[in-house]
Structures are given as C-alpha cells and as structure tokens.
Ligand binder design. Structure first.
Ligand code: PA5
Length: 373
C-alpha cells in the first residue's frame, strides 16, 4: 500500500532526523546566513580578475548558484570548479573560494592547496574539519557555518555567505533587499509545501507522487540551470533514485533526438520555469513539449519560480524540489539523510593516501608561512 503523504503524524515519524524541519527552515536560513560574519576580512592585494569557487557535491552546487545569480552583478568571471585541480589561469590575480561543509573533502582540500601555492587570494566557507583548521592556522578568512546539518541541507548557509563576502569586498553591492525578498518569498512557498497542506494543494507532495516510479529528467533554462542540477542531486541523494538533468536551449541540439527515438519510457520530465524567461525560450519549450516530450515522457511537470529578483526565482524552485525529494524518500520508505555509498567511497579513498599527501603539503606550507612571520 502506498504511504499516505497526508498522514502528517506518520510522515514526521518517518522523518526521525528532522530533514523536513531543516528544509522548511530555508526562509530563516537566508537571513541568518547573510548575517554570518567572516573570521576576518582579507585585504585584497589586487582587484581579482576572476573568481573561482571550488567545492564538491552539496557544497559545490553553491558555486554554480553564485556563478549564475551574480553573473550580471559582478564584473569579473565567476567559475565553479568541482575537481582536484584548478585551471592554469589561477594566479595571484584570482580570488579562490573553497567551500566544503565538512571541511574534509579531498578534492576541495587539493584545490585549496593549489590556490595557496599559486598565491591566489583565498577565502573559505566551512563548518569544520581540516579546511577550518588550516584557515585558522594560516589566517585565511573564512565563514564558519552552523554544523548541525547534512551538507546539502546547508545549501543556504553555503551560498549566501559567499555573496556576502563579495559584498564586503565591494565586488557586488547591496544584496540585502534581494535576500530579504527571497526570505519572504520562501515563507509564502513554505505555507504551501509543508506537510500539513494536503496533497491536492501541495506542489511538493504532488511532484513527489507524480515522479514516483519514474526516472526524472530535470530541465532548466537561464537562471534555473543550476537549480535543475541541484534538484537532480537531491533526488539522487535524498530520494535515492536515478535522475538526470539538462539545459535549455542546449538540449534542443542533442537530447531531443534521443527523446524522439526512444521506444518505451519510464522517464518523467520536470521543467523549471521562471516568469522572466526569454520569449525565445518560452517558444522553444512549447515546441519541444508538443513535438517530443508529450509523446515519450510518462509525465511532464512544471515548477515555476516566483518573485521579482533572481535569487527569489532560483531558490523558490529549489525549495519545492528539495521538499519533493524528501516526500519521495518517505513514499519510498527511505531515510533521506543516509548516504552510505558516498561514505563508503570516501573511506575506500582514504586508504589510497591522497588525502594524507594533501594534508602533509598543507602542513608544510603552513610551517613555511609561520616561519616567515
Ligand atoms: O550531500 C552530500 O553530503 C555530499 O554531496 C557532500 O556535499 C560532498 O560529498 C562533499 O562533502 P562536503 O560538502 O563536506 O565538502
């Protein structure tokens, strides 16, 4: 028998670890995250010519969100890197932000190490671990975020402090109105997606039920691109299903061929929309829906971002997608917070010694730095 998402008591019981509570806290998190103060502010030696945000998984997505949110507000390129290595153009004229919730992620620590070696201007956002330890030792400015979450639950705390760092460094101005507006919009959405709102009026419960037993493909255009990726990852980690994502218009140049030649399908489509999409994008979406998706996808669902500002529109679809990933986990009788495969892989990798090498190099750099003072 299918679990009844409207049985609130049973729902909260399934959610022993307060995942629902943490996601429903996004509106307040926006305001709190904006108030978080860095350990100290860097004196920028030079105005950076480019900005790199290095992080993985639930932390790394913050780089994608920032790069899109601030692309028309910050005058230099912002590039999100999710890997061990920084591009060769990272140098002393580059600002590198290392983001790792645990502070112990191998790839991010290596990127942090490379940034230090290349004498880039370095900042960090973390709740703990080696990243925090070395920031404190070498006096790298960092924001310490609350440590009670799973990384992906802390998305707001991992994203807004980066923007607020940029604001303090005068790389962007006056984000406060946008952040307040986002908190308000998320409050409104919360009143529609919380467990107490019945399935027929609750877009997050409805989304979860519609994609149950399908493989969702999430598409986003413009500012919804990073959110399409975020929702895919939340469905992977929280709901523990396969999910894929693509971007519009790019998918018009490849994936529609796959869609048209597909025989039978368990795929569903989630389109992340927003009112200020270009007219050309709106037209493309209508055409692809009619020509390809409606014939092949089990379901086509749309989630619309709301509000005037970019962050409101991005976070509103993310909020619904994140809640839906929890509801889907409960429908599947799964603990959304457990990520045993990721932990297992990390344990296996520890045995390979790479992290030890990175930490040794960080220790050496720290000693050289401290001796030179
Ligand atoms: O959601 C998760 O727990 C993961 O995707 C982690 O964010 C990822 O493994 C990186 O770890 P961290 O965020 O601690 O750097």
């Amino acid at each position: 028998m299918k679990f009844d998402l409207d049985d609130t008591e049973a729902l909260y019981k399934r959610d022993g670890a307060s995942a629902i509570f943490n996601v429903l806290g996004y509106p307040e998190a926006c305001l709190e995250a904006y108030e978080l103060e860095p350990s100290h502010l860097p004196k920028l030696r030079v105005v950076p010519q480019k900005i790199i945000i290095a992080g993985m998984g639930g932390s790394g997505i913050s780089g994608d969100i920032i790069a899109t949110w601030l692309q028309n507000k910050v005058k230099v390129p912002i590039i999100s890197i999710k890997d061990y290595d920084l591009p060769s153009y990272v140098d002393e004229n580059t600002l590198v932000v290392a983001v790792s919730y645990s502070g112990n992620t191998e790839e991010t620590l290596n990127a942090f190490l490379q940034a230090l070696k290349r004498k880039a201007q370095v900042l960090a956002v973390t709740s703990n671990g080696k990243l925090r330890e070395y920031c404190q030792k070498i006096k790298i400015p960092f924001v310490h975020v609350p440590s009670k979450f799973q990384p992906r639950e802390a998305i707001i705390y991992l994203t807004i402090p980066i923007a607020s760092f940029f604001e303090k460094l005068e790389l962007v101005s006056d984000l406060s109105n946008e952040i307040k507006a986002t908190a308000k919009t998320l409050q409104k959405i919360r009143s529609q997606i919380r467990p107490e709102v019945s399935l027929e009026k609750n877009p997050a419960k409805n989304l979860a039920l519609q994609i149950l037993n399908t493989i969702p493909v999430i598409y986003g255009a413009g500012i919804q691109r990073p959110i399409a990726y975020r929702v895919k990852c939340q469905l992977n980690e929280n709901s523990k299903i396969h999910a894929f994502y693509g971007t519009i218009p790019e998918m018009n140049h490849n994936e529609i061929v796959g869609w048209s030649y597909m025989q039978s399908t368990d795929l569903s489509v989630i389109l992340l929309r927003y009112p200020k999409e270009r007219e050309e994008i709106k037209a493309r979406i209508e055409i692809i829906k009619f020509l390809f998706l409606e014939k092949k996808a089990k379901r086509i669902l749309e989630i619309w971002g709301c509000g005037e500002k970019v962050l409101e529109q991005m976070f509103s679809t993310m909020f619904i997608g994140d809640m839906a990933s929890l509801y889907l986990a409960f429908l599947r009788n799964i603990n959304p917070l457990e990520i045993k495969p990721i932990e297992k892989l990390k344990r296996e990798l520890e045995k390979k010694g790479t992290k030890q090498r990175i930490l040794q190099e960080l220790a050496d750099i720290t000693n050289t730095h401290l001796n030179s003072l």
